[in-house]
Each structure stands twice: as C-alpha cells, then as structure tokens.
Design a protein around this ligand. Structure first.
Ligand code: RIB
Ligand code: CA
Length: 315
C-alpha cells in the first residue's frame, strides 16, 4: 500500500489549472485519483476538452469526468482575457487520446470518495459548483474528505472586482456551501498565489531541446505571463492553482492562520468576497486555514522539477 495522499482535482483549465494537474501527476507524494472539470475560465465543453488534452499530453491515465456548465444560480463569467478563446491559448495541445467517464463530475466525486478505503483531499481550482453539488447531494461524503485545499478567495487581494477573486465570484452560492460545510479547508487565495509567480526567466529555463512537455508549457506560460503583465502588471505567470496542489504535497510551503471566513452572496458591490475575520471580531468559530505567506522560490523549484520529470517520462 503506498502512502501517497489521494487527491481529486476539480478544475477549469486554464493555464494555471494545467500546471496544477502536471504538478500532481509528477509528484511522488500524491496520487491523482481523478480530474473533474467545471465551466469557469472557459465554457464547460472547452475546460473539459482542455483537461483531457493535458492528461493526453502527459500520458496520465487519471479518470476524467465533466461537471457543471454553469454556476448554481448565476450566469457563467469566463476569463478569455487571461486564458484566450480556447482556455489554453498560446500553444497547440495533442488531440484528446483518453476516454473520459460518462458520469457527472459531482457523481464521480461522490462515488470515488465512497469507494475509497482512505480519506481523500479535494483540490478545487475553479468555481466550486461541482464540489457544492456533491456535498448537497451526498452530505455523507464529508466523512471521507480529509481536507479541501482550494485555490480561491483572498483576505486583501482580489481580481474580478475590488472585493472578490474569480473562482468565488463566479459561483458565490457554491462557495458558501463549501465554506459552511464543516469540512477542514485550506484557502490558498490571491494573497499568496499572486506571489506564486514564474518569471519570464523561470519560464524560459524550462526549455529542454526536444522536451515534449516543455515545448507546450513554455509558450503557454509566455501567453499567461503576458496577459497578467498587461492586466495586473505582474512580473510573470501567477500559477494560482498549482500552489494549491503544492500546499498538499508540501503543506509547509504556505503559512496559514485558522480564521473565520464568510462568503458574501448578497452584496451588490461585494458579491463573492471572502470576508476573513483576522482579529476574531465576529466571535465566530474559525472554519478555514487561510494561507497568508508562501515560499515562492521553493514553489518555482517544485514546478521546474515537475516539468523536467514529465519531459523525461515522455522521452
Ligand atoms: O483567480 C484565479 C483563479 O481563477 C484561478 O483558478 C484561475 O485558473 C481562474 O480559474
Ligand atoms: Ca482555475
């Protein structure tokens, strides 16, 4: 029996979602037990296709299931300004060469948790629609979830409105269900992920002559870095989602504080805000481990090692 931690990634690829999948696939510490997809950065058909293409590229046979094409009650807001019309603009990925499951992501999450002998870690890196649906449909799965380590939210940082981060903003009702579920949560938010940056130098250093993975990853990250520089003035590609996976592989890569976090669903100006009670003024019981600091260079070295390993795997 290996002692690798079993994880499920629920994602909306998305350049940084792709890097999260690659980091998990290359890691000896985690077992990627499944990938589910949700509409977010692009429409549901595109994020699903993108996940299948990424897994085809890296020859990872993790099961894949498609999920919700829209948030629980709101209209979908995609992010082509960061990810392009395909959701992975910047390079061509191989055609899909895997057979996905013909089951909804929420049902796949429920089945996988119920059939697993050990508890699993859920790593959502997109809007939380599928996770919320699974928890609503089968609350009993909470006993099989060791922790939800999600990319989303922020205490001080935001990127869709001055109050909210994209994944929470797109489906705040789903996020409320998750944050109020009672399941242990690590929130890997923009306060740390906007510092989880691969600079242009880090990106170019990934280049390996004939590297089948880096031949795709380098141009994709150049695209993502350019978009983030143009829009937010960031000094490179913020690999938001991959930091959530890194926090499962090496929890010490982030510093967290156990705080109460509430999700705003009714605010006219503050929809999707993650209200982090840093000083405990609400007297509400803390429900989230909020990541506030990170070891950014350790993170970049983990990403670099993962791409190098996948290059070697493909030969
Ligand atoms: O705010 C960043 C998050 O929104 C990331 O998960 C990115 O992929 C987008 O989904
Ligand atoms: Ca994402």
């Amino acid at each position: 029996m290996n002692n690798r931690k079993k994880i499920l990634i629920d994602c909306d690829p998305g350049h940084d979602d792709m890097m999260a999948i690659m980091l998990a696939s290359a890691s000896k510490e985690v077992e990627l037990a499944g990938v589910t997809t949700v509409a977010g950065n692009q429409t549901g058909d595109k994020t699903f296709r993108n996940a299948c293409q990424v897994l085809t590229l890296i020859k990872d046979n993790a099961p894949v299931a498609r999920g919700s094409d829209k948030p629980l009650v709101r209209e979908l807001l995609t992010a082509p300004q960061f990810h392009g019309q395909t959701g992975l603009d910047g390079a061509d990925l191989p055609p899909v060469g895997i057979k996905p499951l013909d089951v909804h992501a929420a049902d796949f999450i429920i089945m996988t948790l119920e059939q697993s002998r050990e508890k699993m870690v859920l790593v959502p890196t997109g809007p939380l629609t599928n996770i919320a649906l699974a928890l609503i449909k089968a609350p009993r799965i909470k006993e099989k979830v060791e922790r939800i380590v999600l990319m989303g939210g922020g205490m001080h940082d935001s990127n869709v409105t001055p109050a909210a981060e994209y994944n929470i903003y797109v489906d705040p009702e789903a996020a409320k269900v998750v944050f109020e579920s009672g399941v242990p949560i690590t929130m890997v938010g923009l306060d740390v992920t906007n510092r989880a940056i691969m600079t242009p130098e880090d990106i170019e250093a990934l280049t390996v002559p004939g590297g089948k993975v880096s031949d795709v990853v380098v141009p994709l990250l150049r695209f993502f870095a350019r978009a983030n520089k143009d829009i937010f003035g960031l000094p490179g590609a913020p690999l938001h989602d991959a930091l959530a996976v890194a926090a499962v592989i090496e929890p010490g890569i982030v510093e967290t504080k156990h705080l109460h976090v509430a999700v705003e669903t009714a605010g006219e100006l503050t929809r999707g805000m993650t209200l982090v009670d840093f000083y405990g003024v609400t007297k509400q019981k803390p429900n989230v481990d909020v990541a506030l600091e990170l070891d950014a260079r350790r993170f970049v070295s983990m990403m670099t090692a993962a791409i190098e390993k996948l290059n070697r795997k493909l030969g």
